[in-house]
Design a protein around this ligand. Structure first.
Ligand code: PNS
Length: 166
């Protein structure tokens, strides 16, 4: 069985992520979306919420599972019995970081290969930070995230604003 991992922060999941999930799920028997539980970053959504949001939007794709992880990606991949890592490449600016990460992972575990998928042109500008920034300033994020995610992002941003006024 060919199992691949698509890792990321997904804070929140965007149409760009969904595009990569859909396309890469066709290239393997099972795709595991690995959601990083990263203590060093302060995400908008905690890892349980990020996993739940992803589960909600991938319901129609049969061979995808969403699992949270911490620690090294290669250790998670090994634990999951996956030897392929999928990453999306939006533009040339992504390349340096992605190359460095894939080379590091390869040195850490030479059995694990990274495959890059070029993001569909329509989403090549999109990232989760932009979504949060636009939402924070009251902009429309409907073109960036699915409807059910949109309301959760606005809700979370409002909570943050209320807490910072207290
Ligand atoms: O969505 P992101 O934030 O670009 O995803 C980055 C991610 C989660 C793929 C990367 O930070 C990662 O793999 N973190 C786990 C720690 C690790 O394995 N580091 C060594 C490789 S650089």
């Amino acid at each position: 069985m060919k199992r691949a991992i698509y890792p990321g922060s997904f804070d929140p999941v965007t149409f760009g992520h969904l595009d990569v999930i859909r396309r890469s799920s066709k290239m393997c028997d099972e795709l595991i979306v690995g959601v990083l539980n990263n203590n060093s970053k302060t995400p908008l959504f905690n890892v349980q919420n990020r996993v739940k949001m992803l589960e909600d939007v991938i319901q129609d794709i049969p061979n995808v599972k969403v699992i949270a992880f911490d620690g090294l990606l290669v250790d998670f991949a090994k634990k999951m019995n996956a030897n392929v890592i999928i990453r999306g490449l939006r533009a040339v600016t992504d390349f340096e970081y992605e190359l460095q990460m894939s080379q590091t992972n390869r040195v850490l575990d030479s059995e694990i290969e990274t495959i890059f998928l070029c993001t569909t042109l329509e989403y090549s500008y999109l990232n989760s930070s932009t979504v949060k920034e636009v939402a924070f300033h009251g902009g429309d994020i409907s073109k960036f995230v699915p409807e059910e995610i949109k309301s959760l992002v606005y809700q979370k941003v409002e909570e943050l604003k209320e807490n910072s006024n207290e």
